[in-house]
Design a binder for this molecule. Structure first.
Ligand code: AMP
Ligand code: SF4
Length: 474
C-alpha cells in the first residue's frame, strides 16, 4: 500500500550567499540551476544584518518567486533550498529553509540529506522537554543547537553536529553569521565558490556557473565553514570517516555540467557508457539511443566505444513534469508515455541499443522497450550504466524500500523478461567505480555504493527512518 501511494523521491538542493548586495536575486538564479534536485517547493531566507525574512512556496522556482517577492527580502546574505518531490506529506510547513525564532535570536536552516539517528535524537530531546512540530531532521538540529550550553553560536552548532549521524549538507544562518557543514562521510555534495567579495555555497557547481561565480573547492567531509564579517574560517568539527560520496549523484542525480569533488559529471557518465560497452561487446546492433536527459552522456560514450551510430531514437516533451510527481503506478506509467516519444524513422526495422542510467522499479525501461517495439524496432537491447540497485538508500535519495527495487527480488534474466527486452546488461560495480575515477586511494575511490552492495558507510539503527516515512509520519 505504501509503495502504491508513494512516489520516488529525489534529493534537495541548497544554495547560500554571504556578503552581496542582491542575495535574493542570486539565490533565485542559484535555485534555478538546482531545480532538477527538487520541484515540490522552494524558499529563500535573507538576512539584512538585523532580521531574517523568508519567501517560500510550493511548486517550481518560477512559480514561487517574482520580482516583487524578491524585492521584499532585500539584504546582504541568504540561504535557499529546493525541495524534492513526494507523494505524501507535502505542504508549506515542509518547505525549507526552516526559520526558528527564539528569545536568543532567529535561526534559519536548509538541509540536504537524511540523518540515520534523527529518531533517537528526537526521542531523547522530547524526554528533555522539547516539542517538535514535524519529524524533520532540520528541526532536530535546531533543538540541539538551542539546547547546547556552549558559546559562541558556532560552538553550539559544532557541538550539535557531532551528535548527528548520516548524510547532510547544512546551511545555517543567523542575522550575522552563515555556517556551512558537510557530514563526516561527505555523502551529499557541497561546494564553495566566490563571486567578487561574496562567498557562495551550493549543492552543485552548476549554480556557480549560472551566476558567474568561480568554483573554489568542495567542502570537506566533517568540515564546517564559519562565515561572518570577519571573513571565512574553516573548522574540522569531526574526523573524516570513510569518505563516501553518493555514487548515484554521478549516475543520475547531478547535472552533467556540475563537477563533484573535481570530477565532471558528464565526463564520468560518458566513461560509464564506454565501460559498459566494453562489458557487453557480445551485443550486435545497428543504432544506440539514450533515454533523455540523464542517459545521453552514457549513450554517447557507449556509441563512441562501439563505433555504432548514436541516434535520436527517443525525444522528450519538455513541457510535462517529471514522471515521479505522479503517485500511482498507473499514473506513473502514463507519465512516461506523455514524456517520451520514439522517432519511428530511427528505430523502425533496427536492432536498437537503449541506454538508461538506472533501473529502480523497472517501469521506465518496460515502457520504453514497448514503445520502441511498437515503433517497429526489430530488437531492443537494454544497457544500464550502473549496477543493479538491490538495497534501499537511507541517505536522502528515497529509492524506496527493498520491495520497490526490482533488482532486490528478481535476477537479471527475470528483469529482462519483465521489461520485455531482447537482452539486458548492467555495468559492474568495478566498472562504475573506475569510470567515475575519483582521485582517492581506497577500493571504492571514496564513493558510497550501498544501494548496489549493501555496504552502508554509517551505522543503520533499528529506528532509522527512510525519507518517505518521515513524510507519512507528519
Ligand atoms: P524506474 O522506472 O522505477 O525503473 O526508474 C528508473 C528511471 O528513473 C531511470 O530512467 C532513472 O533515470 C530514473 N531514476 C533513477 N533514480 C532515481 C531517483 N532516485 N529518483 C527519480 N528518478 C530516478
Ligand atoms: Fe547514493 Fe546509493 Fe549511497 Fe544512497 S545508498 S547515498 S543512493 S550510493
Amino acid at each position: 500500500m505504501l509503495a502504491e501511494i508513494r512516489g520516488l523521491n529525489e534529493e534537495c538542493g541548497v544554495f547560500g550567499i554571504w556578503n552581496h548586495p542582491n542575495p535574493a536575486q542570486l539565490s533565485y538564479y542559484g535555485l534555478h540551476a538546482l531545480q532538477h534536485r527538487g520541484q515540490e517547493g522552494a524558499g529563500i531566507v535573507v538576512s539584512d544584518g538585523k532580521h531574517l525574512r523568508a519567501v517560500k512556496g510550493e511548486g517550481l522556482v518560477n512559480d514561487v518567486f517574482n520580482e516583487e517577492k524578491l524585492k521584499s527580502i532585500e539584504g546582504t546574505s541568504a540561504i535557499a533550498h529546493v525541495r524534492y518531490t513526494t507523494a505524501g506529506g507535502a505542504g508549506i510547513e515542509n518547505v525549507q529553509p526552516l526559520l526558528f525564532h527564539s528569545s536568543t535570536g532567529s535561526l534559519s536552516i536548509a538541509h540536504n540529506g537524511n540523518l540515520v539517528n534523527a529518531n533517537r535524537l528526537k526521542k531523547y530531546l522530547e524526554r528533555q522537554g522539547s516539542i517538535f512540530h514535524s519529524s524533520s531532521d532540520t528541526e532536530v538540529l535546531a533543538h540541539l543547537i538551542k539546547k547546547s550550553t556552549h558559546a559562541p553560536f558556532s560552538e553550539k552548532v559544532k557541538n550539535a553536529l557531532t551528535l548527528l549521524e548520516g548524510a547532510y549538507s547544512f546551511l545555517i544562518m543567523t542575522k550575522d553569521e552563515l555556517i556551512v557543514a558537510r557530514d563526516r562521510h561527505g555523502l551529499r555534495p557541497l561546494a564553495l565558490g566566490k563571486l567578487g567579495d561574496a562567498y557562495v555555497v551550493a549543492s552543485e557547481t552548476c549554480a556557480f556557473d549560472l551566476i558567474g561565480a568561480e568554483t573554489v573547492r568542495s567542502i570537506e567531509p566533517g568540515e564546517m565553514l564559519i562565515i561572518n564579517e570577519e571573513g571565512m574560517r574553516s573548522v574540522r568539527y569531526q574526523e573524516e570517516q570513510t569518505r563516501s560520496m553518493c555514487a548515484m549523484e554521478y549516475v543520475y542525480l547531478a547535472r552533467p555540467d556540475s563537477d563533484i569533488d573535481g570530477i565532471n559529471v558528464h565526463m564520468a557518465r560518458k566513461r560509464m557508457g564506454k565501460a559498459l560497452a566494453k562489458e557487453c561487446m557480445h551485443i550486435e546492433a545497428d543504432v544506440v539511443t539514450g533515454v533523455p536527459d540523464s542517459s545521453i552522456s552514457a549513450a554517447i560514450g557507449f556509441a563512441e566505444e562501439t563505433g555504432l551510430p548514436y541516434e535520436l531514437g527517443l525525444i522528450k516533451n519538455r513541457y510535462v513534469g517529471r514522471t515521479f510527481i505522479q503517485p500511482t503506478q498507473e499514473l506513473r506509467e502514463r507519465g512516461v508515455k506523455m514524456k517520451l516519444s520514439p522517432v519511428v524513422q530511427v528505430v523502425k526495422g533496427k536492432r536498437v541499443v537503449m541506454v538508461d542510467d538506472s533501473i529502480v522499479r523497472g517501469t521506465t525501461s518496460r515502457r520504453i522497450v514497448k514503445m520502441l517495439k511498437d515503433a517497429g524496432a526489430a530488437e531492443v537491447h537494454v544497457v544500464i550504466s550502473s549496477p543493479p540497485m538491490t538495497h534501499p538508500c537511507y541517505y536522502g535519495i528515497d529509492t524506496s524500500t527493498a520491495e520497490d527495487l526490482i533488482a532486490s527480488s528478481q535476477s537479471i534474466e527475470e528483469i529482462r523478461d519483465t521489461i520485455g527486452a531482447d537482452s539486458l546488461t548492467f555495468l559492474s560495480v568495478e566498472g562504475m567505480v573506475n569510470s567515475i575515477d575519483r582521485p582517492y586511494e581506497d577500493d571504492n575511490k571514496g564513493l558510497c555504493l550501498a544501494c548496489f552492495t549493501s555496504n552502508y558507510p554509517t551505522e543503520i539503527f533499528s529506528d532509522t527512518i527512510l525519507p518517505h516515512e518521515k513524510e507519512l509520519q507528519l
